[in-house]
Write a protein that binds this ligand. Structure first.
Ligand code: UD1
Ligand code: CA
Length: 455
């Protein structure tokens, strides 16, 4: 099988983003644009990915460290042809080259594959699109017979050529041997003084290599991002697609325009999601889950039948079935809820196992804790897990009852079935079924005289 070398151009400055972050690292759906391109390219078989970097090269390399991609440095940006030339030494001799762009994030793998197939037949695959306003783009020049014969950049085009609405997306595929032959023949003799990759189209036409132009399914597939307005427009389009995919998967969305998916979400049946919910990272949602308004759920697993009430935040939480969370709950990393657990309003959990049927209903902090089954944690209970230097664990046995406003000073254990009187500060182990109470005894005084205002 032929090798496929994918060259992603990502050396440009992107000055219109007005950002210190290289343009290709700006995100769509929470993921850097360049990463979208890399991930889509991964869907192609037998491919090796090359990235041409220049502006912010170090930042881009760092952002992609550990990934199976090869970098080529384009120290000076002398044009798209010059950019591709920088990757040529790393490209295998037999096979096909596909050129993509780090700032065109949403090209579908299917479209890429179609171009590659054309190139594998020894032809030139070119992705073009018809735009109502073609200003700024390279125009596709066709012969009377309708064959593509050249691409003329906007700045080099005649008035007649500027009237052409079919434009170059920049995305193309061709046999490597041809590219290797043509790249050294490029010149910078044009309006911008750049080495245009697009000049190889005319070379192909002259040599009788058939140029087959195909079109993307949607304009957004070939939409480049040059400024934050275009980024936001593409983001909304992308989010609409995510919402549609969820709805077609059976999710009920209160408003498809008011959910953001910034990662990968899997869903069971009969999931209902209210407005302004953000799902980030890898989120797994089971059957019959309800998520109320304004929740942010990141890298979490939500079991069947669980109800997450409004304004709750979950981050790296694992929630089993039929749990009740919120409103205004915050489950931080390492929060594990067993079936039927309840985490109520203004409760924060972190690195805590909450056993089956246990309840932490109001105004609590439970961190570094092992809580058994059927435990009732009263309002205002705090695990004092941090002494200013070290974190320590609190263990609470099955069926324990922790009175309201208890401070559990870790490390500390409360045995199964134990009861803690409200307002206690627990510093020593409480055995199973004991009552522990540390608050001062109540004193009632008779004939108490309230102070009176001095005249
Ligand atoms: C290019 C095409 C044009 C097409 C348009 C689509 C050329 C000569 N023109 O024009 O036909 O309609 O894209 O958007 O190819 N880049 C580098 N190194 C360079 C120059 C560019 O990496 O030296 C990268 C940029 O970061 C960018 C991409 O290549 O991602 C396109 O470059 P840009 O300068 O935007 O090309 P256009 O003038 O828009
Ligand atoms: Ca451009």
């Amino acid at each position: 099988m032929n090798t496929l070398d994918i060259v992603i151009l990502a050396a440009g400055q992107g000055s219109r983003m007005k950002s210190t972050l290289p343009k290709v690292l700006h995100t769509i759906g929470g993921k850097p644009m360049l990463q979208h391109v890399i991930d889509s390219a991964k869907a192609l078989e037998n491919a090796r990915t090359h990235i041409v970097i220049g502006h912010g090269a170090q930042q881009v390399e760092t952002a992609l460290s550990g990934q199976a991609v090869q970098f080529s440095l384009q120290a000076e940006q002398l044009g798209t042809g010059h950019a591709v030339a920088q990757a040529m030494p790393n490209i295998s001799d037999n096979g096909v080259v596909l050129v993509l762009y780090g700032d065109v994030p949403l090209t579908r793998p299917e479209t890429m594959a179609e171009l590659v197939k054309i190139a594998e037949r020894g032809q030139f695959g070119l992705l073009t699109v018809n735009l109502a306003d073609p200003t700024g783009y390279g125009r596709i020049v066709r012969s009377d017979a309708g064959d593509v014969v050249a691409i003329v950049e906007h700045k080099d085009a005649s008035d007649a050529q500027r009237a052409i609405t079919e434009v170059n997306t920049g995305i193309l595929a061709l046999p490597t041997a041809l590219l290797r032959e043509w790249i050294p023949q490029l010149s910078a003799n044009n309006a911008q003084g750049e080495y245009y990759l697009t000049d190889i189209i005319a070379m192909a036409a002259e040599q009788g290599v058939r140029i087959q132009a195909i079109q993307p399914a949607t304009e957004q597939e070939v939409q480049g991002v040059n400024n934050r307005l275009q980024q936001a427009e593409l983001e909304r389009w992308y989010q609409r697609r995510q919402a549609e995919a969820l709805m077609l998967d059976g999710v009920s969305l209160a408003d498809p325009a008011r959910i953001d998916v910034r990662g990968e979400v899997s869903v069971g049946h009969d999931v209902a999601i209210d407005i302004n919910v953000i799902l980030e990272g890898k989120v797994e949602i089971g059957d019959n889950v309800t998520i109320e308004a304004n929740c942010i759920i990141k890298d979490s697993v939500i079991g069947c039948g669980t109800h997450i009430k409004a304004n709750s935040l979950l981050d790296e939480a694992v929630v089993a079935d039929n749990c009740d969370i919120g409103p205004f709950a915050r489950l931080r990393p390492g929060s594990h809820l067993a079936n039927n657990a309840k985490i109520g309003n203004f409760v924060e959990t972190k690195k805590a196992n909450i056993g089956e049927g246990s309840k932490v209903n109001h105004l609590s902090y439970i961190g570094d804790a092992e809580v058994g089954a059927d435990v009732n944690v009263g309002a205002g209970t705090i695990t004092c897990n941090y002494d200013g230097v070290n974190k320590s664990t609190t263990e609470i046995g099955d069926g324990a009852f922790i009175g309201s406003n208890t401070a559990l000073v870790a490390p500390v254990k409360v045995g199964a079935g134990a009861t803690i009187g409200a307002g206690s500060t627990i510093t020593k182990e409480v055995q199973a079924d004991q009552l522990a109470i540390t608050r001062a005894k109540q004193t009632n005084l008779n004939n108490w005289q309230r102070p009176v205002k001095k005249s």
